[in-house]
Design a protein around this ligand. Structure first.
Ligand SMILES: [Zn+2]
Ligand SMILES: [Zn+2]
Ligand SMILES: [Zn+2]
Length: 236
């Protein structure tokens, strides 16, 4: 096949190249380049800019939206207790979304040109360049698009006074997830939960990529049986 002869030129914008790898894409994308450099994705400067996000942009943009949502539920008349349970409910819902998105969408197997390209943009790039600090958190422009169906789903499922609170809790969960994910790659926790989670996530990147999908906890991996072998043993 022509596809097999294709090699990606790492010195040229990457995104429109990776699709040509065809069936070889899956293997290519899981061979990481461990460098803190930020490779060029698009030739177009504006689109390129939109693919580069510093981690602190995430709380800066989304925490005000979290506050605004939670206050909306408060204004409608939820008691502090109801409000707290609603936000915690949203947080918990996020942890399941974090797990499902990472397992079923981010790790979907692709081989056609556009499927490879899309996969690379969503999660492939993070596995190819796991230490690229500007391609780790989710670009706000993309998050904004995803929040529309997310909000509509919540509005459909939850009573009107609870919906903004659940939404705020879910979004708070997302912010915590993205910041945790960044910290697991670039922080150096020496002990405790964060050290164990870092080890757990590095295992997902560098040893067993189809196990260990949880980032902020191992809870759903336990529930759905996707714990990597040995990860329950005491970390060294
Ligand atoms: Zn992954
Ligand atoms: Zn992957
Ligand atoms: Zn990662």
């Amino acid at each position: 096949m022509v596809n097999q002869a294709f090699t990606v030129d790492l010195n040229k914008p990457l995104v429109f190249q990776v699709g040509h790898l065809g069936e070889a894409y899956e293997e290519w994308v899981h061979q990481p380049i461990v460098s803190k450099e930020t490779p060029r994705f698009f030739a177009n400067d504006i689109i390129e800019f939109l693919t580069r996000t510093a981690w602190w942009v995430i709380p800066l943009i989304w925490l005000p939206v979290v506050c605004w949502s939670v206050f909306s539920s408060a204004k409608i008349g939820l008691s502090p207790f109801q409000l707290a349970t609603t936000v915690v409910g949203g947080l918990f819902m996020w942890t399941l979304m974090e797990y499902s998105l990472h397992r079923f969408l981010f790790h979907i197997k692709t081989k056609s040109y556009w499927a490879n390209t899309l996969h690379y943009l969503i999660h492939g790039c993070h596995h190819k360049h796991p230490m690229d600090g500007l391609r780790l958190v989710f670009p706000p422009a993309a998050t904004l698009i995803l929040l529309v169906p997310f909000w509509n789903l919540i509005k459909f499922l939850a009573p009107a006074s609870y919906a903004p609170g659940v939404f705020g809790g879910g979004l708070l969960g997302y912010v915590m997830y993205d910041c945790t994910h960044y910290y697991l790659h670039h922080g150096k926790p020496l002990k405790g939960v964060s050290h164990d989670l870092k080890r757990y996530h590095m295992n997902h990147h560098f040893r067993i990529q189809n196990k260990g999908f949880g980032i902020t906890s191992t809870f759903w991996d336990r529930v759905f049986g996707t714990l990597p072998p040995h990860s329950s043993k005491k970390p060294s």
